[in-house]
Design a protein around this ligand. Sequence first.
Ligand code: F6P
Length: 341
Amino acid sequence: MKIGILTGGGDCPGLNPVIRAVVRAAMNDSSEVVGIKYGWKGLLEKDCMPLDLRSISGILPRGGTILGTSRTNPYKKENGVETAKKNFKELGLDALIAVGGEDTLGVATKLFKDGLNTVGVPKTIDNDLGATDFTFGFDTAANIVMECIDRLHTTAESHNRIMVVEVMGRHAGWIAAYSGIAGGADYILVPEIPIDLGELCSSIKKRHERGKNFSIIVVSEGAAFKDKDLQLQEQKLDEFGHVRLGGIGEMLGKLIEEKTGYETRVTVLGHIQRGGSPTAFDRVLGTRFGVKAYELVKAKKFGKMVSLKGNEIVDVSLEEATRALRTLDPKLYDIAKIFFG
Ligand code: F6P
């Protein structure tokens, strides 16, 4: 068999372990794997690289993706779908494994319906894909943020300051909630719940009145005030209709200082959260996903996505997986709230 593999959307730690696992599992069966570069862009331009033992050597601990990535959407390009189908055929592919988040897998779902043999692998640091308990990349990101919160604690404490930490999370507050709970945040703001400034400031004041001289506030980039627009870096939309978020931390920092009178500083963690080496959890999850994706191709089970359910790797339909985003579990936020103030 000849199998194509591509990585699309925002990169995340764990992509290379998936690529390595697909190649190793395929090679054991004497199947061939071709890397398609820069996500769907590579399929449209027939930009490929052969993947063999040499090309995957040493990539397990490396962040990012050796294939490169992009946010190209074939359904937004003139003749995009026809070109994708033509190139799939001309490359002699039997199947295509798409590793990505809601957008990349949304395209894989549509292409499957349009006749291509696709299999999906879920990735995103945001952990917001439906039909899987976790996506790889999330654990690494949450650990990086936790370490940053630990570091912010010591400087906040020394200066009697409020520290606002803006983290990634476009539609879901998984990173904020996990890292906030793990790092002992004093308040966590997520996209799922509108920001209540009065409640936040009175919680900070209460904490300071009982003798604490600093506070750590974690805010997702996608969090917003009720009836107010999201904070954006620019108005431009990408090919999947997404804006560039960012700025809620700065806005909040000013408001908190104004309302409480406590000196406030803001840290925006940005792409630090997506870079670097994957944790053991993400390396193992990526490896298990890669092996399962190959098994699905071998069994000709197309239109499927690999998924973690409990501790089992199973397959679900791509359609089901991309139907709705998985937002933060309110039960987890209830646990976080116990430690507010
Ligand atoms: O989807 C993952 C993500 O990291 C989001 O949390 C964030 O909003 C977005 O990607 C940033 O994308 P880019 O790297 O294109 O600015």
